[in-house]
Design a protein around this ligand. Structure first.
Ligand code: PLP
Length: 425
């Protein structure tokens, strides 16, 4: 295929006309597809349905679990998540159904009461958070909600640019945290290298209440059994570096069993845990211990959990491969875009020519395919290059997905050809 950047005016004009006809044809089909959010599809949800039969009125359930109490979670749930995250159960708090909820609470606690005796952020003039970009829009929404200034940091193949991170964290006392999705990151699929994890653990924060928000949402979400990333253990790395208190690690079973009805957990130092429980005891008398028990009885141990994740991957993998195959086939060699080939997680990350992402997303929308809003993966929804688009292949059926990906590539070509033509005028 011929690179668009080598085409002359006439070639580009003809190309735009041809692509426009194809686009109008797609539009007339009245598609209604959604590749916007990383939601599991019904086959994936079906994989966990028999978990609902694990506990019924005849089941033996400790009385304590039926009642109020057990603030930091049941013993077997702590043992289960300890295996999943490779940490001690003493480092864990088991919560309710959502890890995002825990993250919101942690920011909220920093804001209103402060961590371990530090001044609450609401009493300070300026609070800043580092945001590796592109990143998870809901992280950025939380910090924006609290009026925290967000500073974008480039996310490279090995993780965030650590020179930039160290420069800010080690010198600026108003920098109180950083958002990280360290394995199969949302949306780029990046896994942080061992060196990056080491540098995180060895930070020397100017602020004593600086915390790394280590959202390990995709820690067991591999697409392949033979090609996998495994991010190094941040809790251990921080302990070894003599910095045990600088990290909060989050995870959940939202994309393991049922989003909205899973179990979420946080791992952190014993000092942080004690401090958090002091606040939590005011907030709640305990979370849903029956759901915690249901999950542990269903999976039994890490082997049961990983077998289940292989079934999840069997549903997801063909969808990722279908999207990537269409991108490779339709767009390779045109010099108008690049895209990720992730080994896990929930997203394919797409970089269009500068100044094209919004137009591509709009063109898709007009033809009936909804994508995540352009810019959503940047703080304040502002992608300075207007080039990044997040593709979420999980929710549509395979056939729908192929149609949607085909339309997407057509929109990329049409918008890029128009843009290249404009640049020649
Ligand atoms: N963290 C990341 C990086 C995510 O991508 C998502 C969901 O897409 C979540 C957290 C949400 O997790 P939960 O369902 O546990 O609140």
């Amino acid at each position: 295929m011929k690179s668009y950047v080598t085409m002359n005016k006439e070639e580009l004009t003809n190309l735009v006309q041809e692509l426009q006809i194809q686009y109008d044809h797609f539009k007339s089909q009245g598609l209604q597809l959604n590749m916007a959010r990383g939601k599991p599809d019904f086959d994936q949800l079906g994989l966990s349905k028999d978990m609902l039969d694990v506990i019924d009125s005849q089941s033996e359930i400790p009385n304590d679990y039926l009642n109020y109490g057990i603030l930091d979670g049941t013993l077997e749930a702590k043992e289960f998540f300890a295996e999943m995250l490779d940490v001690s159960k003493d480092n864990l708090i088991i919560y309710g159904n959502s890890s995002l909820n825990i993250m919101f609470d942690q920011i909220s606690r920093g804001y209103t009461h402060g961590y371990m005796g530090a001044t609450p952020w609401c009493q300070l003039d300026k609070i800043k958070f580092l945001c590796p970009v592109p990143g998870y829009d809901r992280h950025f929404a939380i910090t924006e909600h609290f009026g925290i200034e967000m500073i974008p940091v480039p996310l490279n193949d090995n993780g965030p640019d650590m020179d930039v991170v160290e420069q800010y964290v080690n010198n600026d006392e108003s920098v109180k945290g950083i958002w990280c999705v360290p394995q199969y990151s949302n949306p780029t699929g990046t896994t942080y290298s061992d060196e990056t994890v080491k540098r995180f653990a060895s930070l020397k924060p100017a602020a004593k209440d600086f915390r790394i928000f280590w959202d390990n949402a995709y820690c067991i979400h591999h697409l392949y059994s033979d090609k996998q990333d495994h991010v190094a253990n941040i809790i251990k790395a921080c302990e070894e570096a003599g910095n045990p208190d600088i990290v909060f690690e989050f995870c959940s079973t939202s994309k393991v069993t049922f989003p909205g009805s899973g179990v979420a957990a946080m791992a952190t130092s014993k000092n942080n845990k004690q401090d958090i429980l002091k606040h939590m005891t005011i907030q709640t008398i305990g979370h849903d211990k029956i759901n915690q028990l249901r999950h542990v009885r269903y999976f039994k141990n890490i082997d049961g959990l990983m077998k289940h994740m292989e079934k999840q991957a069997d549903v997801l993998r063909p969808k990722f491969e279908a999207v990537i195959e269409i991108l490779d086939k339709e767009l390779s060699g045109l010099d108008i875009a690049s895209w990720s080939h992730p080994l896990g997680g929930y997203f394919v990350s797409f970089d269009a020519m500068e100044g094209c992402a919004k137009d591509i997303v709009n063109a898709c929308k007009e033809a009936g395919v909804i994508l995540t809003g352009a810019g959503a993966t940047y703080p304040y929804g502002k992608d300075p290059k207007d080039s990044h688009i997040r593709i979420a292949p999980s929710y549509p059926t395979l056939d729908e997905l192929k149609q949607a990906a085909q339309l997407f590539t057509l929109c990329v070509k049409l918008v890029s050809a128009k843009k290249t033509l404009e640049s020649l005028h």
